[in-house]
Design a protein. Structure first.
Lengths: 417, 417
């Protein structure tokens, strides 16, 4: 499948992987900005701004945005993370002009005062809802505990207080600084005419302001190593998250890190699964590898009856210590690889999956990666490269956060009860 | 994409749509049995049996089933509905032999007493969990109210009592009667060698018992027309479901019915959306068309603040009456079609989507339907065929069930407050 790349005069990049046999097209705009790019006084502005993007432009009310997407049967959405804000749509190929028109139009939102004030309440409600979810809340607090003063500890949603205090002009200033042409990549995959795409994006975005891009404070961290217990009497089960350091998104070891996390904590048939979930000691136990610009980490999470937590925590820490010391077996490696290869292949079968994948590769590596590139990289993972990850990133040197009804919990020492 | 079909001597059918450019393979076994095929004393046995299928065979423990799927990185699952029990896996093409081996092996489960007793508790817990979900609970009760003594009113999960009373030998008898070769279709899509598939299925299933297939009590129903209020003080919002009659799964009007439901109640940009969700009168309001063997129905559901329910219910009934009388506009038709065409295309992009689609077409029509067949059928929907649906199936002649804190609710008359 051919790959194409082009840069407009104002610095905006357009990339696409075209596939003439596809029956649909996926189109996304990747804005390289997120919670890590926020100062404390505008905490949550990236995510709030993502909402405001759908609230209208000089040419469209919020209602028009909804209706216009609907008219072309678009399947559309957006998300905000620590590092990216992405707007996207899946469409039938004949609607490419309309999709580019709508998506580029909403990316220059009016940020009207009345919409801003109304949406503020929606966001504050959303924050309340998420805070009521123990899994999400534990994750957010654990991230903060691990990253401490590193900007990756910033909450994507912000707090009810930070959102309440946010002024429309602060959001506008953030928008002007971060939504510049050179900080946005237009990404397409599936059935589309590449020259047509360039022309359409140029027509709509050619006059967008350029400006300095990038981000500050890109640095590695190995985490604070803290141990925190948050007592929430209303929560039924006890939740714990252990975060350990891992390779950054542009590190070739990322493939080995991903494989390692799967062997340790896939939600079926992994070490954590067999030790805790299968015998019924925990409701859930899993591990995943998160990669960022400049650093990365392994998130191990587990939830169980409060009365079992002290013992289960010792089991988890024991597994992490054993894994760091002894690595994984050849059989575990092969099984984890089978799962990952299958996941990569299945994820690549839709233009939407490819659009997301090439957009992320470009964001983190400034590089195109085909499905075959990715498959080869995972196939090359070996016990030796897994060993290298474990030596450079001690998976048992964790920052721990527990959340639930427990009033007392001891930091179990590594590898023993 | 070529279609293939073959029948083994014992009556088991194998069908496949092969696509050499696909990178994965989806494989499913469709057992034509579900809640509607249950007598009251074994209510819930189909779904319980679906669970037991993963609990082991003479050759495999439950643990082996899990490990063997994991070893090939299979993405696997199963579901039970009123009419079908389906077991499936998505795999890399080279693992076809293993996938056929595991799936066919588990379809002859041991149904061991100890596993049966343990899984019984899991099912009873699952029923409790679902009963705590007002949306699901309202749906299950509404279905019962609409279908009354028609077997499609049977709950897929059964009740805690029916499951508690179920004996292992009753399940075994049901299995022997319903899981006969001629009642099962093996369905594959994606990258696979057709001759190889036949050989594999024949090798594993060639000696399976045949036996009579089919089902009893296939008849149309237009619903009881009842109005029921279930008061549940613990539930916060009030939920209502209105069920109206619709065309059966093998009726060519099904495409028009699906389009009509979308225009009435898609979760964005439909009549219900603009009347209730967009102005903030309801939390959710949608409509979907459900097709069955012999009959069909439109499910309209809405949830809102209890204090708003009486008024909202009048709005919903007004919309249904207006729609029956006046139909939809050309613009609504075009918009609904855009959405459906986009949905069909996106659903067809993965072998998993095609496997499900051709399996269902074969189950209900004994016919292969290509993506193009489906697209053409939706493109042919017209204001005239929509009119025909509305004339034959009065969308405002509903059976109504409300569930929530309200102690009192009046059946609003059609079309007025």
């Amino acid at each position: 499948m051919p790959f194409h790349s082009h840069v407009l005069k104002n610095g905006m990049r357009i990339i696409a992987e075209t596939s003439p046999s596809a029956r649909s097209t996926a189109l996304g705009f990747f804005v390289r900005t997120g919670a890590r790019d926020e100062s404390p006084e505008v905490a949550g502005v990236s995510h709030f701004l993502e909402h405001m993007v759908f609230k209208g432009t000089p040419r469209r009310t919020a209602l028009d945005v909804n209706r216009d997407f609907d008219r072309i049967g678009a399947h559309y959405n957006a998300f905000t993370s620590e590092e990216n804000t992405v707007f996207y749509a899946a469409i039938l190929p004949e609607y490419l002009p309309q999709a580019v028109d709508i998506l580029t139009d909403i990316l220059r939102p009016s940020l009207r005062d009345e919409d801003f004030d109304m949406e503020k309440n929606v966001i504050i409600e959303e924050i309340g809802m998420y805070e009521d979810q123990p899994t999400w809340s534990a994750y957010d607090h654990a991230k903060k505990a691990y990253f401490a003063d590193h900007p990756l500890g910033n909450s994507v949603l912000g707090t009810a207080d930070s959102i309440r205090a946010l002024a429309r002009d602060q959001m506008h200033a953030y928008f002007e600084r971060r939504y510049v042409a050179a900080n946005i990549t237009a990404v397409a995959a599936g059935n589309l005419d590449w020259e047509r795409l360039i022309a359409l994006v140029e027509q709509h975005c050619g006059d967008w302001n350029s400006g300095p891009t990038g981000r500050q404070n890109i640095r590695e961290t190995k985490g604070s190593g803290a141990f925190q217990l948050l007592t929430k009497e209303k929560v039924t089960q006890e939740h714990v998250i252990l975060i350990a350091p891992g390779p950054a998104a542009n590190d070739p070891l990322r493939y080995s890190a991903d494989t390692l996390a799967l062997a340790l904590g896939d939600d079926s048939g992994s070490r954590l699964y067999w030790a805790l979930v299968d015998p019924g000691l925990a409701d859930s136990a899993d591990c995943s590898y998160h990669e960022y610009e400049g650093t990365g980490s392994f998130y191990t999470s587990m939830s169980c009856e409060p009365s079992r937590m002290q013992e289960n925590l010792a089991i988890v820490k024991g597994l992490l210590a054993t894994m760091r010391r002894e690595g994984i077996t050849e059989e575990e490696l092969q099984q984890a690889k089978s799962k990952i290869l299958s996941r990569v292949v299945r994820g690549s079968e839709r233009p939407m999956g490819r659009m997301q994948a090439i957009g992320m590769s470009w964001t983190y590596l400034n590089q195109y990666r085909s499905v075959d590139d990715e498959l080869k990289a995972f196939e090359a993972v070996s016990l030796k490269s897994i060993r290298e990850v474990l030596d450079r990133y001690p998976v048992d040197q964790v920052t721990t956060l527990a959340l639930g009804p427990l009033a007392d919990l001891k930091a179990a020492s590594n590898g023993q009860k």
